[in-house]
Design a protein around this ligand. Structure first.
Ligand code: HEM
Length: 194
């Protein structure tokens, strides 16, 4: 997960070169005309994607709580920027309405789960904070599953528009289902430890 997240973050960071030849070909003109929300979105996404996996390493959390808190704040700002920037890009998205509405639902779910994780830890509810963060990161990780889905679709000969529209919904719903299973397993492990 960490490897795939880091590779996707590095590849996405190419937008900061401002070299339009490196932009998604189908959206080159649209992105060039909306650079501010795009870079806000990509910058936040890159930060959240790259920092998230380290927050789940138990050794870092217990031995260096100050590092966990600082990286957590960076993740929070990244997820906020990715979500709000994503919502700003929705009206300009490819294949309206199917794909952009999928991304709008993803952005909303990301903002809600990340907000819940933040309010849980402010109340010192550690278990709830962990559950909401697993869900939040599963949604951020949709950036990876979406691109894997596009690559697999192209390998299987699926037309790009079909792969893009289905991926805009499946990339995050599948991740959220996996997150729910992880959360359930965490819960039963905690109960047996008691
Ligand atoms: C999790 C919430 C996210 C939402 C709601 C979201 C939404 C969107 C939307 C609506 C677009 C425009 C799509 C279009 O033109 O059709 C977009 C593009 C883009 N997003 Fe996200 N995104 C999310 C996460 C991320 C993350 C974590 C990254 C970091 C890797 C990222 C990187 C990009 C990039 C690089 C583009 C430009 C298109 C491309 O080159 O693939 N996004 N996103």
């Amino acid at each position: 997960m960490t490897f795939l997240a880091t590779v996707t973050a590095v590849v996405a960071a190419r937008y900061f070169t401002l070299d339009r030849a490196l932009f998604l070909a189908q959206q080159r003109a649209v992105y060039a005309a909306n650079l501010v929300p795009l870079l806000f979105h990509v910058g936040g996404g890159v930060l959240a994607l790259a920092t998230g996996p380290w927050q789940f390493v138990p050794g870092v959390r217990t031995r260096y709580p100050a590092v966990h808190r600082t990286v957590g704040r960076i993740y929070l700002l990244g997820a906020l920027a990715a979500g709000t920037g994503g919502l700003l890009l929705v009206p300009k998205g490819l294949y309206w309405p199917v794909a952009p509405l999928g991304f709008a639902a993803l952005a909303t779910a990301l903002l809600v789960t990340t907000g819940k994780a933040f309010t849980a830890i402010r109340r010192r509810a550690v278990a709830a904070h962990q559950r909401w963060m697993v869900r939040s990161y599963a949604l951020i990780f949709a950036a990876v599953t979406f691109r894997l889905w596009l690559a697999a679709g192209s390998g299987a000969g699926l037309p790009f528009d079909l792969a893009y529209m289905s991926g805009a919904w499946l990339s995050w719903t599948i991740n959220l289902l996996v997150a729910q299973r992880l959360v359930a397993r965490l819960g039963s492990r905690r109960r047996t430890a008691r």
